[in-house]
Ligand binder design. Structure first.
Ligand SMILES: NC(=O)c1ccc[n+]([C@@H]2O[C@H](COP(=O)([O-])OP(=O)(O)OC[C@H]3O[C@@H](n4cnc5c(N)ncnc54)[C@H](O)[C@@H]3O)[C@@H](O)[C@H]2O)c1
Ligand SMILES: CC(C)[C@H](C(=O)O)[C@@H](O)C(=O)O
Ligand SMILES: [Mg+2]
Length: 372
């Protein structure tokens, strides 16, 4: 298959982790005889520094013309620590999501068998966790009207949702549940928020056309607790933009590190793949950031194009690195392996495909499908 992939390394550890994902895609290209063309562009603080804007027009154009986008991370402390900043790296990512129509952000959460002891949660609690968060990505409080009065003393952000915005992601969530454990949990705050009551109404109605899928509801405060008390109860969590952002970082604790969690952002015409973590500025240039979230995002990219065997080769190679302890310090504190060494090991394991498939003979659970 020929694929044009736009690469947006961004800031902090973004370029380092993205480089490992590219290595893995190149290993897939070589092993399975595909042709991937990579083109790179600026985004975030790096783009503000060079072009004065977090999403230059040339970057957006490259993404619109590509088959898919692979995103690193954005964000820089110089903006985080300046509430008066007129322009912010994060605007680049938000504008990109909106412009590409990426309304569904799919974030799988898995407790890997060889990492059970890594979570601060008890093994008995996290063992067998395999759920996926369907986070609405282009609506809600992130995109509602923002106001600050002239004195700078009162501010507001509007949380607005339309039926259309809710129903298009709800359909994706129900379809995913059909090929998984057949359960959708809508997380909202319908006891307080009008927008959440609309979510409940629309999702309940849509649920009726998926009779094989059970639908239940949780208030977000309770969901935050249930996630760490009893994560195996979940299959597909469907939720709005901000709740999904918060719950997915919380969910990463189950797996052992946020450096493991990948995501796919899907729209009707475009798709972008990115780790859920940020630019982790403290680690920039230190070769310590975990590249696995970025590498697994590349696997999700391949799945998106139906390259299931290729995606499986990446997942098996990741699995092998975890089992053999070829991991970054977030997984094993005294590890002598860095971002690049882990990336090299995984990429080499992909090429060494026979070896990978023998690992699979041991019946490792690599998670249920997130493909819709
Ligand atoms: N999608 C994105 O690009 C994205 C996501 C979240 C935050 N951000 C931005 O990133 C900057 C830093 O934000 P933050 O510190 O709140 O979140 P962060 O995700 O960058 O880091 C939080 C903590 O998670 C851990 N971590 C993150 N990535 C890791 C990795 N690859 N390997 C190992 N450990 C990792 C580290 O302990 C780190 O201190 C901010 O500017 C923020 O706006 C961007
Ligand atoms: C950087 C920020 C805009 C972004 C979000 O809140 O969506 C990030 O936290 C994420 O999870 O992708
Ligand atoms: Mg986030």
């Amino acid at each position: 298959m020929n694929l044009n992939i736009a690469l947006l390394p961004g800031d902090g550890v973004g370029p380092e982790v993205l480089a490992q994902a590219v290595k893995c895609l190149q290993a897939v290209e070589e092993t399975f005889n595909h042709q991937f063309i990579f083109r790179e562009a600026l985004v975030g603080a790096a783009a503000i520094d060079k072009k004065g804007r977090p999403l230059p027009q040339s970057t957006l154009k490259l993404c619109q013309e590509a088959d898919a986008v692979l995103f690193g991370a954005i964000g820089d402390p110089k903006y985080d620590n300046d509430p008066e900043a007129k322009v912010r790296p994060e605007q680049g990512l938000l504008e990109l999501r909106k412009s590409l129509g990426l309304f569904a952000n799919i974030r799988p959460v898995l407790s890997h068998p060889s990492l059970l002891g890594k979570s601060p949660l008890k093994k008995e609690i996290v063992s067998g966790t395999d759920f996926v968060i369907f986070r609405e990505l282009t609506g809600g409080i992130y995109f509602g009207e923002k106001k600050l009065n002239e004195e700078g003393t009162v501010a507001s952000d509007l949380c607005e949702y339309s039926e259309t915005e809710i129903s298009r992601i709800a359909h994706l969530a129900f379809k995913a549940a059909k090929s998984r454990k057949k359960k959708v949990t809508l997380v909202d705050k319908a006891n307080v928020l009008e927008s959440s009551r609309l979510w409940r109404k629309v999702v309940t109605r849509i649920g009726e056309s998926y009779p094989e899928v059970a639908l239940d509801f949780l208030f977000v405060d309770n969901a935050a607790m249930q996630l760490v008390l009893n994560p195996t109860q979940f299959d597909v969590i469907l939720t709005e933009n901000m709740f999904g952002d918060i719950l997915s970082d919380e969910g990463s604790v189950i797996g052992g590190s946020i450096g493991l969690l990948a995501s796919a952002s899907i729209g009707d015409e475009n798709a972008l793949f990115e780790p859920i973590h940020g630019s982790y500025p403290q680690a920039k240039g230190k070769n310590v950031a975990n590249p696995i979230a970025s590498i697994l995002s590349a696997a999700m990219l391949l799945e998106h194009f139906g390259l299931m065997e290729e995606a499986m080769a990446i997942k098996l190679a990741v699995d092998k690195s975890l089992r053999k302890g070829i991991v970054t310090p977030d997984i094993k504190s005294k590890s002598q392996f860095g971002t690049q060494q882990v990336g090299d090991y995984i990429a080499h394991s992909i090429v060494d495909i026979e070896d990978n498939f023998s690992v699979n003979d041991e019946n490792i659970d690599l998670g249920k499908s997130t493909i819709i």
